[in-house]
Write a protein that binds this ligand. Structure first.
Ligand code: 3PG
Length: 217
């Protein structure tokens, strides 16, 4: 299922992309981000505890919108759905992933950068795609260029985006959300500095809110 409806309901278009090494960190981290004004986060399936972390956060915060990221196989897609993920994100897309996604109602954001990748996703019924690695793949100007041939496609750029560059992405008509790890630096997670994570989230959300209102930042 396409992710457009889910993403359009988010109060804030920033989606922290997180790597959870310690299961016990998942809930306090999610709480700090949500208290900072973030509406959704993506827990990447890059560690052994990732699926358990998604389940733990959903259990502690049932209304939080929690996605599974770095979903790179049909098997991983199944695991993400079983963990209770509200959406699934992949850095790319394969027949296996499209097949797994078609078997579930959980929204899927396939990754696409090139015209052929966008067309392949469109053929499978998707109009909301992850654009990764955003900065390395050309950044805002590449997304602007894609809006010509693909006016009905929306993107969630991630990869190399920072607090300094996020505004340039969100100003584009074909960007519906922006993801990134700048909201959860690894050193803050290792030291369990949840107050600092909260502050970073607050600063980022404030900047984006001011920008959407046309206020100086
Ligand atoms: C990822 O999949 O790693 C995300 O796109 C986050 O990228 P970043 O760490 O460059 O923000």
């Amino acid at each position: 299922m396409d992710a457009s409806v889910l993403l359009s309901r988010l109060a804030c278009p920033l989606i922290p992309v997180v790597v959870i090494d310690q299961l016990d960190d998942a809930v306090p981290l999610a709480e700090a981000l949500m208290q900072g004004g973030v509406s959704a986060l993506e827990i990447t399936l890059r560690t052994e505890v990732a699926c358990e972390a998604i389940s733990a956060v959903k259990s502690a915060m049932p209304h939080a919108v929690i996605g599974a990221g770095t979903v790179s196989s049909g098997q991983a897609y199944e695991a993400a759905v079983q963990s209770g993920a509200d959406f699934v994100v992949s850095p790319g897309a394969t027949d296996q992933l499209f097949k797994a996604a078609a078997a579930h109602t959980v929204p899927f954001l396939p990754g696409a950068v090139t015209g052929s990748e966008v067309l392949r996703a469109m053929e499978s019924g998707y109009a909301t795609l992850k654009f990764f690695p955003a900065e390395a793949a050309g950044g805002p100007s590449a997304l602007q260029a894609l809006s010509g041939p693909f006016p009905d496609i929306n993107f969630m750029p991630t990869g190399g985006v920072t607090l300094q560059t996020v505004a340039a992405y969100l100003q584009l008509n074909n960007v519906c959300a922006v993801g990134g790890s700048w909201l959860t630096p690894r050193d803050l997670l290792i030291d369990q500095k949840w107050e600092a994570v909260y502050q970073l989230a607050t600063d980022s959300v404030t900047q984006v809110t001011q920008m959407s209102r046309g206020e100086p930042q």
